[in-house]
Design a binder for this molecule. Sequence first.
Ligand SMILES: C[S@@+](CC[C@H](N)C(=O)[O-])C[C@H]1O[C@@H](n2cnc3c(N)ncnc32)[C@H](O)[C@@H]1O
Length: 286
Amino acid sequence: MLKYNRNDITLHLQDCVEWMQSLDDESVDMTLTSPPYDNIRDYNGYRFDFETTVKELFRITKNGGIVIWNVADQTIHGSETGTSMKQALYFMQCGFKLHDTMIYLKKNPMPTGGKRYHQAWEYIFCFSKNTPKTFNPIMVECKYGNLNANQKYRGTDGKKNYKVTKRNSHSKVKNVFEYVIGGGHTTRDKIAFDHPALMPEKLAEDQIKTWTNPGDLVIDPFAGSGTTAKMCLIHERKFSGCEISEEYCEIFSERLSIYTNSLMEYLSMPPSKLAQEHPIDSPLPL
Ligand SMILES: C[S@@+](CC[C@H](N)C(=O)[O-])C[C@H]1O[C@@H](n2cnc3c(N)ncnc32)[C@H](O)[C@@H]1O
């Protein structure tokens, strides 16, 4: 059932496999999702068929398209389950390339008891259908950018040689992404915290901007409170998704309405300008 449909953002109240079966072959540029992890959260008892989900994702992803799969393991009877790694191997078995195993590092994780260090990170698997067609890397300024470096190299005779080369001014970031989590950081939308397991908005934003361009179609088959959708709206990507829980569909709709109704009208700004003038790290003028 269609629950939300505005500004190129649609949400269906449906099981993820049933919903994906309604999508065309090779029609999706990117999937950005965080499915239920083992049994860490109950989500009102809902389950999903992992293997059919992956097969459907492969069918609907465009050549060069990407699936970002954010997961972590539960610890049961003293052992991590290893589910995340098993899932990654299954994606490969279904034809995806394991393009990049990235890490979502929590700057302020919940303390972990027992004989183990504080659990501070989750996987952000990036699966691609062949070579990614889009890559807009996040760049940072290099400390010694533009300065000359005396670069050492060895010729075929094995002798040391030196060549003066100019250092790059900017470099790609490393594949460990650190975010502060919790109220005001994961999101500033209070309504979103009625959902038990939010993805940080900045994580969604970084991944969407890296692997897609404006106008591309991004989906989330486990849409929850609408984090992926909100970042698509702000960055002018089309979004479609589904969520099995009616309660979470309501949270999604209420949260997205803030951005598609009053805020947009109040500011009279296109989403791209909003993103530019009110980046995620600065408070929105509500
Ligand atoms: C980790 S949460 C996603 C949270 C989301 N990324 C956000 O930031 O709000 C996983 C979601 O998957 C939903 N879910 C569980 N089983 C599902 C199924 N079979 N089909 C669709 N959604 C399902 C749950 O209700 C839950 O909202």
